[in-house]
Design a binder for this molecule. Structure first.
Ligand SMILES: [Zn+2]
Length: 392
């Protein structure tokens, strides 16, 4: 049985190993996944991979302990956000240990959690677990929680349903039971170009887009005027935002195109489809007739880029009960950032968010995680192993 300092050293060494793979979401994560797969293989743990459409990225799933029953999932994403344009004082893909912290891209978000789980895999494999522990390591979380859906689909179709999921996003080891969902859309408005001296022959895509944007703003105000009672979320309603607008080429040309990127942060029990439909209907009935009167090919095209479901707080869930029991923590709270937890919950797997590090350091230059946070998470997973040996 390793001592606590040995366990911590192993977790830090594994973090360093994972940080060295540049798994920025635009890149393949296969080198990392293959490395993890062979590490697990040496422990006699079989990994199950699910791939994206062109085979350039993969999720990894494995079960440690009895295969015939569902257990506790430790879930983390393997991709990281880009370092482009950020001023780092160290090499982001070479972990640096300094002042009680580990620096590197993905240290807190969220390779340390994945590394801690992996560093304890030998102990999990050696223990006679009664309830299995599963690892679920995904690709493309940072670009809209895309990869995890394939893990969930595979588990639901082929494996016993796990009883609880712990998503180890950085919560400073606090128990988080909910997060809002995220939807992102891009809308292209097509008009008819012309000389600005005679607008009658053109159809202005930018001004049509402006009316859609105003409608989104008004709808957001309408939703905000009816906040949900007793909601733990802040603000306690679904919000709408227009983030990017691009259109037009010169002051004397009627713009042919305008692209709008917009989105929603959705309170878990709210129906985002209703809002989407109202925006679509407004474009179709109030805005398109004027464009189409000039030329029938004009109009609005909406593309949904991201649809990441939120996590609905459930204080009685098996996931929350387990983490409370193992840690002595009180009831969960909620966070505003998106996670993969809701994707598990929607498929019937109770989930919480609980992991080391602070979201304050995520996505920034000189991202770091405090070693004390790693130590706390190691202790938690050791307790989880003990629990899984005897739990029914
Ligand atoms: Zn993350």
């Amino acid at each position: 049985m390793p001592t606590p300092p040995e366990r911590l050293d192993r977790a830090i060494a594994m973090t360093e190993r994972l940080i060295a793979f540049d798994t920025t979401s635009r890149n393949s994560n296969l080198a990392l996944i293959e490395d993890v797969k062979s590490y697990l293989g040496d422990l006699g743990i079989a990994a199950r991979l699910t791939y994206d459409d062109d085979g350039g990225k993969a999720n990894l799933w494995c079960t440690i302990g009895p295969e015939e029953r569902g257990g506790i999932v430790l879930s983390g994403h393997t991709d990281v956000v880009p370092v482009d344009g950020q001023e780092w004082t160290t090499d982001p893909f070479s972990m640096v240990r300094k002042d009680g912290r580990l620096y590197g891209r993905g240290t807190c978000d969220m390779k340390a959690f994945v590394a801690i789980a992996l560093s304890l895999a030998p102990e999990m494999a050696a223990a006679k677990l009664n309830v299995p522990i599963h690892f679920a390591f995904s690709y493309d979380e940072e670009v809209g929680c895309i990869g995890v859906q394939r893990i969930v689909d595979d588990v639901v179709a082929n494996l016993p349903l796990p009883r609880a999921v712990i998503v180890g996003e950085p919560t400073e080891m606090k128990l988080i039971g909910g997060n809002k969902g995220t939807r992102i859309y891009r809308t292209r408005v097509t008009g008819v170009p012309g000389h600005s001296s005679d607008p009658r022959h053109g159809a202005n895509a930018v001004t049509a887009a402006a009316r859609m944007i105003s409608f989104i703003e008004d709808l957001g105000d309408e939703i905000a005027a009816k906040p949900l009672q007793d909601s733990p979320f802040d603000p306690p309603y679904t919000t709408l935002t227009v983030g990017v607008i691009e259109g037009g080429t010169a002051h004397n040309i009627i713009p042919e195109f305008c692209d709008i990127t917009w989105g929603m942060r959705v309170v878990p029990d709210d129906d985002a489809d209703v809002y989407e439909q109202r925006i679509r209907d407004y474009c179709t009935t109030a805005l398109e007739p004027k464009l189409k009167a000039v030329a029938p090919h004009t109009g609005f095209e909406h593309h949904k880029l991201v649809d990441s479901v939120g996590l609905r707080p459930d204080h009685e869930s098996a996931a929350e009960t387990l983490v409370r029991q193992l840690t002595g923590l009180n009831r969960s709270s909620v966070v505003s950032f998106g996670t993969e937890a809701g994707t598990f919950q929607r498929a019937g797997m109770p989930a919480v968010i609980f992991g080391p590090g602070s979201i304050d350091q995520a996505h920034k230059a000189d991202e770091f995680i405090a070693i004390d946070q790693i130590s706390q998470c190691v202790d938690f997973m050791v307790d989880l192993i003990e629990w899984a040996k005897t739990a029914e």
